[in-house]
Write a protein that binds this ligand. Structure first.
Ligand SMILES: NC(=O)c1ccc[n+]([C@@H]2O[C@H](COP(=O)([O-])OP(=O)(O)OC[C@H]3O[C@@H](n4cnc5c(N)ncnc54)[C@H](O)[C@@H]3O)[C@@H](O)[C@H]2O)c1
Length: 245
């Protein structure tokens, strides 16, 4: 279904990015896996080999525009084009506003919002020639508030609305731009949370459990594919019913 599609996935080294690398590769995509942590290369390559996935790992930090510009230019040089981009790199934080330093706020905005903008900007420059599909990993917390998730909710709401505007501006070029908005997913991002808090979170998902990275990956695969050819500017909630309440 994605045979030979050249695909960039940021934050590929663990969790949702790793699961999506495998999912898209197992449907024929050639995946350029990008992560700021070079030490994730080995595990990414081992996991990709399990699905006979084609691709390469590249180190880049989504906060730095020059690195992102180089990533896209070099990838196009190496593979000829870019068809699909999954902007997934992100961090979490739980700090109430009056305790949140300017430095921590800025780090969140730099990675979770500006990083998505840089990757979209450079993807769009290349995709303008022959179309493509961009999927931004936002969060259900881009649609609702939650205790202490101050900077994260702000950044993710920004991603949801950035997605809408890019979809409008680039539809004439045959580029679709969508977001996925997961509920709480079992990944290293939430591993630091206490068991008590995790149980509280489980109870807030009507499905009665947290999500798995593969359950987000399959939605990304759909949005990336021609099966979603009339879908752009939307954000798909993958949240076990959390926001239905
Ligand atoms: N886990 C959840 O409950 C959940 C829910 C909703 C949305 N999300 C979103 O999904 C995305 C992936 O989260 P995850 O849970 O798989 O987390 P994760 O921590 O398992 O993976 C995130 C990856 O991003 C990489 N990364 C971090 N900063 C980077 C940077 N500056 N440049 C490049 N790579 C960077 C990390 O090295 C890591 O490999 C994030 O955007 C997150 O906000 C996660």
């Amino acid at each position: 279904m994605l045979e030979g599609k050249i695909t960039i996935i940021t934050g590929c080294g663990s969790g949702i990015g790793l699961a999506t690398s495998k999912e898209l590769a197992s449907h024929g995509a050639v995946v350029i896996g990008v992560d700021v942590q070079e030490e994730k290369k080995r595990v990414w390559e081992e996991e990709m080999a399990k699905v006979n996935g084609k691709g390469v790992f590249k180190k880049a930090d989504v906060r730095h525009e020059q690195e992102i510009e180089n990533l896209f230019t070099e990838s196009v040089k190496q593979f000829g084009t870019i068809d699909i981009v999954f902007n997934n790199a992100g961090i979490g934080d739980y700090t109430k506003a009056h305790e949140l330093s300017a430095k921590k706020w800025q780090l969140m905005i730099d990675i979770n919002l500006t990083g998505v903008f840089f990757c979209c900007k450079h993807a769009l420059m290349h995709m303008k020639e022959k179309g493509g599909s961009i999927i931004n990993n936002a969060s259900m917390l881009g649609h609702i508030g939650a205790p202490k998730v101050t900077s994260y909710t702000a950044a993710k709401a920004g991603v949801v609305n950035l997605t809408r505007t890019l979809a409008i501006d680039y539809a004439p070029y045959g580029i679709r731009v969508n977001a996925v908005c997961p509920g709480y997913i079992n990944t290293p991002l939430i591993q630091g949370l206490s068991e008590e808090f995790k149980n509280e979170l489980i109870n807030k998902h009507p499905i009665g459990r947290l999500g798995e990275p593969e359950e987000v990956a399959s939605v990304v695969r759909f949005l990336a594919s021609d099966d979603a050819s009339f879908i752009t500017g939307t954000s798909v909630l993958v949240d076990g019913g959390y926001t239905a309440q």
